[in-house]
Design a protein around this ligand. Sequence first.
Ligand code: PLP
Length: 423
Amino acid sequence: MNNPFFKIDDDILALGDKAMERCKEAFARTEAVTEYNQNKVLKAFIHNHIGEQHLVGSTGYGYGDIGRDALDKTFADALGAEAALVRHSFTCGTHTLGVALFGILRPGDTMLCVSGTPYDTIQPVIGITGEGMGSLKDYGISYEQVELKNGRLDFEAIEHKIKTTPHLKMVYVQRSRGYSARATLTTDEMRQIADITHAHSSAIVFVDNCYGEFTDWQTPTEVGVDLMAGSLIKNPGGGIARTGGYIAGKKELVELCSYRATVPGLGAEVGASLGENRSMFMGLFSAPHVTGEALKTAIFAGALFELLGYKVSPASDEPRFDIIQCIELGTPKALAAFCRGVQSGAPIDSYVVPEAWDMPGYDDKVIMAAGAFISGASIEFSADGPMREPYCVWMQGGLNFHSAKTGILLALQQMKEAGEIEL
Ligand SMILES: *Cc1c(COP(=O)(O)O)cnc(C)c1O
């Protein structure tokens, strides 16, 4: 299709049209999941009688904040959980996950991660890295891990470990691939972990659900997972929540987390929502749709680069359980050009040029493209990758597909101008 607003060559536009053809079935599947989840969320609002009175905020202690309490209930229903704790005062996903871990685990307990090495920022929380910061390890909580086998869960090893680990309190699962090369866990794999755990132990199953919300028909807590958590500047904030996180699952477990989120005794009874209830409600309402747009963006990028012969993961026709698309671009020049293109098509900060930099905590330079209304929000279209072989870009988000599609075509245009692709 012709695009009178951007300089995109005809051969790239034509390839885009071809990619759209290739996306048809995957888009139809995505639309069906989106419609189901959008209705589920709508029903949660109606069921909880959400009214104007819930959208205003409290100050001070926040006693009797009916909006905050109704938001917890609506989120719980939307995520198929008994209870939820949704707070703008959770500063990010890592903080939210940390509150859940400290809320549940006690000295002498063992936490067992069954999905390989967890996401970078969780490692200091557990005590895998860092020292003297008050990690779980500092409080006498042991950590063990089952490695992945060929990039997938090793169910045999997991079952053995669950049967033989003393004082096992929590089986920890990371759903999304994060910035690793492994596959995202499927809903069925999460169900299997829950089944195995509950058959052989009294441990609870906890899922890091970041990037996974509203991507599939069922949520982790609907397939046997006891507790999960995520960030509101990813899928469940719908691109509208300005900050925050959620913890959802069994009522008694969410309550324990509330005593860590504030203090023992007070729990969820305090916490002024200030002016944030409206944007968190509105964000939840938009979340299934926006997640669907992000999924379509990922599928389209996958299809486009498949047509060019690149290795992409997941493939455009594969089922998806998060919003992340990985493309192996092969050269540093291609990775930089891709990020320049994405940045140039962002609604915010389109005029800046991303440069690879020495990001704290990483061995290689990292390049990032993001032009977001909410700083760091990766439900908004963004792309990044470390400057190392095989020069993969991880891209995610897209508040609306039409705009993100242009961003991807601009990325290809930049790659062409850099001499990295021939059409
Ligand atoms: C985003 C993410 C987190 C949390 O990261 P924050 O940047 O702290 O929000 C944790 N785990 C996974 C898999 C993630 O994708």
